[in-house]
Ligand binder design. Structure first.
Ligand code: ADP
Ligand code: 5GP
Length: 203
């Protein structure tokens, strides 16, 4: 493999459209891996263990913590979420881009540990549209929706920690902007330098 992959972190208030964009990106791009987090929250309808999250109970989460098994973890929306260790480095060394879907504190911690990580923040157009999307998704209780809306302002205030800001008003333009970040990273000098040497060697 010629070049190493990059680490991308996507954050946004819950309901802003992260999962929607991520799903589409995986249909479009190859050599991309999703970092499946561990969580103590219960699966939503349609979520699959090992694909969307590793759904574990509190005792298993405590056990992983005791074994120092997380790169970072957080308690948010009354549940715990954590990124498992070891796997990210292996993926990027094998030329895969790795995408993490993290709230803002976790994103900051990843940037501290992997300074080259590319941080992307997805913005909803307004508080009202975020509320409508959370209700429209129809998969959280009203209590959970309120908890998520309360945390949204804290998340939005962290926008300055990010390298890219994508406004998700019109889904199609948001997706094109989002995808272009991944596509252009693949033509960065550090990613193509070895291939250039091979071209030069033919002259
Ligand atoms: P997140 O993963 O950030 O919590 P989702 O991807 O589940 O958010 O999106 C929340 C809801 O908003 C879903 O029902 C999704 O279909 C809808 N949605 C996403 N983007 C848009 C958009 N640009 N316009 C309208 N609805 C959207
Ligand atoms: P949800 O319950 O809606 O799937 O996710 C709740 C929030 O937790 C989202 O903002 C998501 O980005 C974040 N999240 C998911 N996994 C992790 C993780 O491993 N670490 C951190 N810090 N945040 C996570």
């Amino acid at each position: 493999m010629d070049s190493k992959g990059d680490i991308f972190v996507l954050s946004a208030p819950s309901g802003a459209g992260k999962s929607t964009l991520i799903k589409r990106l995986f249909d479009d791009l190859d050599r991309l891996s999703f970092s499946v987090s561990f969580t103590t929250r219960l699966p939503r309808e349609g979520e699959v263990d090992g694909r969307d999250y590793f759904f574990i109970d509190d005792a298993a989460f405590d056990d992983m913590l005791a074994k120092n098994g997380f790169v970072e973890w957080v308690q948010v929306y009354q549940h715990r979420y954590g990124t498992g260790k070891a796997w990210i480095r292996d993926r990027i060394d094998n030329g895969f881009d790795v995408l993490l879907d993290l709230e803002t504190d976790g994103a900051k911690r990843i940037k501290e540990k992997f300074p080259d990580a590319i941080l992307i923040f997805l913005l909803p157009p307004s508080a009202q549209s975020l509320t409508d999307r959370l209700r429209g998704r129809g998969k959280d209780t009203e209590e959970q929706i309120n908890i998520r809306l309360e945390y949204a302002k804290h998340e939005l205030e962290c926008w300055d920690n990010y390298d890219y800001l994508v406004l998700n008003e019109d889904l199609e333009s948001a997706y094109q902007g989002f995808k272009s970040i991944f596509v252009s990273a693949r033509t960065a000098k550090k990613r193509v330098a070895q291939a250039v040497q091979k071209v030069l060697a033919t002259f």
